[in-house]
Design a protein around this ligand. Structure first.
Ligand code: 3PY
Length: 252
């Protein structure tokens, strides 16, 4: 497989800038310059600048947790792509289920953000995933297909290698429950085949599909062993240097 594993820490609304800087320092010390795994950390907006300074010159990359799809202006509380680039962010998490659930983000809005991030040289990590109710109603593949294709509407074939997909079953987020490797692989394979149908096999083979939802050192090896799982978008286990470095080690 030619895809490089990606381990991305989604810190959510945790860590002050000072605490984030301490954690980033520990992570940067662990990640080597010739790292076989791509490592990204996504602090809160107020910690981005400080964390960026700490990881400067290391192999750790910076990601943001959101952006607003307009260049600038009267959008109180929002953050632009230019601001993210100014702190050297490379990635941006978009469409996380928490944003869909608590902030009413729709596929159409997530799609605007995905396109805007690509136009502004930021790599989107597009999150998709079904709820427990949807899984129990046997709608898993359909729901993920709708969110995937909705989020990628109008994204060109040339841009696709810059896009990362994160499959995060909502019922496995913050619950301690994880999809079994086989359950996750089934959805990852379906995502890749949707990508192949839309963009062709060669493009689909290049796109990294991360698993998210209570990925931790105890289950990472078996998840990462699956053919179509190319890394993880990590929640709680990314907040601790030891568990995050164990996850990186699992991906090496
Ligand atoms: C989790 O693992 O809890 C996540 O939501 C990662 O984004």
């Amino acid at each position: 497989m030619s895809r490089k594993y990606l381990i991305a820490g989604n810190w959510k609304m945790n860590k002050t800038p000072a605490d984030g800087a301490d954690l980033a320092k520990e992570i940067a010390a662990f990640v080597t310059k010739d790292e076989s795994v791509e490592v990204v950390i996504c602090p809160t907006a107020v910690a981005l600048d400080r964390v960026s300074s700490v990881i400067e010159g290391s192999a750790v990359k910076l990601g943001a947790q959101n952006l607003y799809p307009k260049a600038s202006g009267a959008y109180t509380g929002e953050i632009s792509a230019e601001m993210l680039r100014a702190v050297f962010a490379k990635y941006v998490v978009l469409g996380h289920s928490e944003r869909r659930e608590y902030f009413g983000e729709t596929d159409a809005f997530v799609n605007e953000k995905v396109k805007f991030s690509l136009e502004n040289n930021l790599n989107p990590i597009l999150c998709i995933g079904e709820t427990l109710e949807q899984r129990e109603a046997d709608e898993t593949l359909e729901v993920n297909k709708t969110q995937l294709l909705g989020g990628l509407e109008g994204v060109s074939e040339e841009d696709m290698p810059k896009v990362v997909i994160a499959y995060e079953p909502v019922w496995a987020i913050g619950t301690g429950k994880t999809a079994t490797p086989e359950m996750a692989q089934e959805v990852h394979a379906a995502i890749r085949s949707e990508l192949a149908a839309k963009y062709g096999e060669a493009v689909a083979e290049k796109v990294r599909i991360l698993y998210g939802g209570s990925m931790k050192p105890a289950n990472a090896d078996e998840l990462l062993a699956m053919k179509d799982i190319d890394g993880g978008l990590i929640g709680g286990a990314a907040l601790d240097a030891k568990s995050f470095s164990d996850l990186i080690a699992s991906a090496r």
